[in-house]
Design a binder for this molecule. Sequence first.
Ligand code: URA
Length: 275
Amino acid sequence: MTSRRTSPGGAEPEPPLWEQWAQRAQDASEEGERLQKILARVGYGSRRVCEDLIAEGRVTVNGEVAVLGRRVDVERDQVCVDDVPVGVLPGLVYYLLNKPDGVVTTSADTHGRPTVLELVPEEPRVFSVGRLDMETTGLLILTNDGQLAQHLTHPRHGVEKEYIAEVECGPKGVSSGAMRELREGVELEDGWTAPAQVGQPDRGVLRIVIHEGRNRQVRRMCEAVGHPVIRLARTRIGPLRDTSLAPGAYRELTAQEVRDLSESVELLPTDTISE
Ligand code: URA
């Protein structure tokens, strides 16, 4: 074949001959969506970058290295880049919300209180990953990706959640004894808490990192050591932080953030991440 295939911009060189051949073979099947198009859509870069990923053998479909032009059924096929599963379903959405005070995390509240679902688009329907108390503010993920949600909330994965808690205390702040108790574990009515990371960046302000998700856990831990919570905010979920979201505001997670979250719950091996 001697004619040269050019990109829409006309500047990109054509792929090697064998890739063109493979692409034509795939084109013969009109089913599914082109792999490079899907990868570009979910954030792996331009079509050209995605074509390179495929040509380098870094993309698999159902465990087999994909060839350029491979078509994929997004409902059935599992696509991975560097062994990292790619969320290719077009309908999957991931929101990061800065939950304000006074909003409940349930999907419908029997008392008519505002819910977090009223703060994000109605369609597609999403649900919250875990919960925050009505008075607790801060980061909350909402998604319709059941698999990721399940992994993020499963105790086996122990995803870290970081909180800033303003607590009641005297002029000397929270004592080192109480800090040690919080760190080592506190006996609550539903059992001992796991060791936590606890710091006091300011008098009466605690930064607490836990990896469990029990009901009102941070409030109960602080109460148990004699320092009831005045205000509580979640500032990190696993690798995810954002200090720029106003209370009540949300944004979509980037493809990289979805990959980082997936990695943190072993939905993909950590040693195969590239970029
Ligand atoms: N711990 C709490 O006490 N409340 C929350 O909302 C989250 C963690």
